[in-house]
Design a protein around this ligand. Structure first.
Ligand code: SF4
Length: 454
């Protein structure tokens, strides 16, 4: 057992946040100490995102920034570790751009981290200080090998009321702009038993809300106890049997993969929250085709209609990419049209960012950045207006809120999330933390709702 400290910083999606908790637990089990002070630690671990150019360049500027802190103070550099999608996508190149990095590991190899760290530590201990400056131990493993890591990473130890469980990893859809099939590999689903064991563990820890994660979660096809492939709806039914788990969510959906079983489940299963995150990306069929999204807008609207017919409380959130290669003003207008039609209540909208080795990067008619910025601004203004309207429409309604935080501004206010993940603030005693309460909404802004417990 060693007693070295580590700082683990996670960037990007919920999958990375989930992985970060498990990596932290793995290292703690080996005797490493998690700390937050990046200026005084033995190990710096960056769990990275590659989805947009900005996200990956941020990693290298972060490395440079932290290195400078240690140099300026005349201190030995910590051991730098790069995990996640930048590790897989950049591979050896990480060492060229940042030679002081010691370990590069892709997402499916996290369980090897303790043994690689030990190699670096042994190497540092056995190297004279003169050689230490010259010698750089570069360890890399960016293989994609399916489910191995799930068997090796320890279950989460948390006291939170909300937890994530990864049920599926990778993607077979090959959208032309996306690096995920390269960085996370092809789709693999965990066996149902392993997921239920993890959910039971969380249930026993007092977790109230579980979010089942997958890059393409509707494609979940894990093996059940009889060795048969099972779908997401069956998995959710099993999770819903756990008594402490009151709320279930799933992320991220691929529109055309939502099954009739899932639609039916939204009608029957009260623990399933009525917010469906269904990234559409564009309102133009031509652009969807160029993106290799396997649905068109008509199909998308049909799926939304089916979901809303099954459960009229359902609301939709989404992702948008503006300025995809070849996107005309007319295409962009179609995106605005579908936004007005579906009235998405929460959205993420981004400018298209070309990623290395993707088909879209090589497409003609790349859109000028100024045009992208202008379209993004118009889209975000419209999305914001709809979100604002939806929030205001909640005034007077009674909503169910899971309270998890004390307000940092005024500790007499407690904050929670309702069915639609809207932050709800009430004046209350902190004894309500961790509980689900009925709240009458009395006020609303774009950012949050205010209310009174009834
Ligand atoms: S569905 Fe498309 S955007 Fe989503 S992870 Fe798969 S390839 Fe990437």
């Amino acid at each position: 057992m060693n007693n070295l400290s580590f700082v683990l910083k996670s960037f990007g999606c919920q999958m990375n946040t989930y992985d970060a908790v498990r990596i932290s637990n793995l290292l703690s089990k080996e005797g490493y100490r998690p700390v937050v002070d990046e200026e005084n630690t033995d190990i710096i671990i960056l769990n990275t995102c590659y989805i947009r150019e900005k996200a990956s360049s941020k990693i290298f500027s972060e490395l440079g920034r932290i290195k400078k802190i240690y140099k300026d103070k005349g201190k030995n550099l910590p051991i730098f570790v790069i995990l996640g999608c930048v590790a897989k996508a950049e591979g050896d190149n990480v060492f060229k751009r940042a030679p002081f990095v010691s370990i590069v590991l892709s997402s499916q190899k996290y369980h090897l981290l303790p043994q690689l760290l030990q190699q670096v530590i042994d190497d540092r201990n056995n190297t004279s200080s003169l050689n230490k400056r010259k010698k750089k131990l570069h360890l890399i493993n960016t293989e994609l090998s399916g489910l191995e890591k799930f068997d090796c990473l320890p279950p989460v130890k948390n006291s939170d009321k909300v937890a994530f469980i990864q049920v599926q990893e990778g993607c077979d859809n090959f959208c032309t702009y996306c690096v995920v099939p390269n960085t996370r590999g092809r789709e693999v689903s965990r066996p149902i038993k392993d997921i239920i064991d993890e959910a039971t563990h969380l249930n026993n820890l007092g977790v109230v809300e579980i979010n089942l994660l997958g890059q393409n979660v509707d494609s979940f096809n894990g093996i059940d106890e009889n060795g048969n492939k099972s779908n997401l709806a069956n998995l959710i039914k099993k999770v819903a049997l756990l008594p402490n788990i009151k709320r279930i969510r799933y992320t991220t959906s691929y529109p055309s993969k939502i099954t009739d079983d899932m639609v039916e489940l939204h009608k029957l299963e009260k623990k399933l929250m009525p917010l469906v995150y269904l990234p559409i990306q564009s309102g133009s069929d031509e652009i969807l085709h160029k993106m290799n999204r396997k649905y068109n807008t008509q199909k998308y609207l049909e799926i939304v209609q089916k979901l809303k017919s099954a459960n009229p409380d359902i609301q939709i959130s989404s992702d948008f990419i503006v300025g995809f290669p070849g996107e005309t003003e007319e295409d962009f207008q179609k995106t605005l049209d579908i936004v007005k039609k579906v009235r998405f209540i929460q959205c993420y909208a981004f400018k298209y960012s070309p990623r290395p080795n993707t088909p879209a990067q090589k497409m003609d008619n790349q859109i000028d950045n100024q045009i992208k910025s202008k379209r993004l601004h118009i889209l975000q203004t419209e999305l914001r207006k709809i979100q604002d309207d939806f929030n205001k429409s909640c005034i007077g309604k009674v909503m169910s809120v899971l309270f998890t935080d004390i307000s940092k501004v005024d500790s007499s206010f407690i904050i929670g999330k309702n069915e639609y993940l809207q932050p709800v603030i009430v004046k209350a005693d902190k004894s309500i933390l961790g509980s689900i309460q009925n709240v009458k909404i009395t006020d609303a802004s774009y950012a949050n709702l205010k209310g009174e417990i009834i």
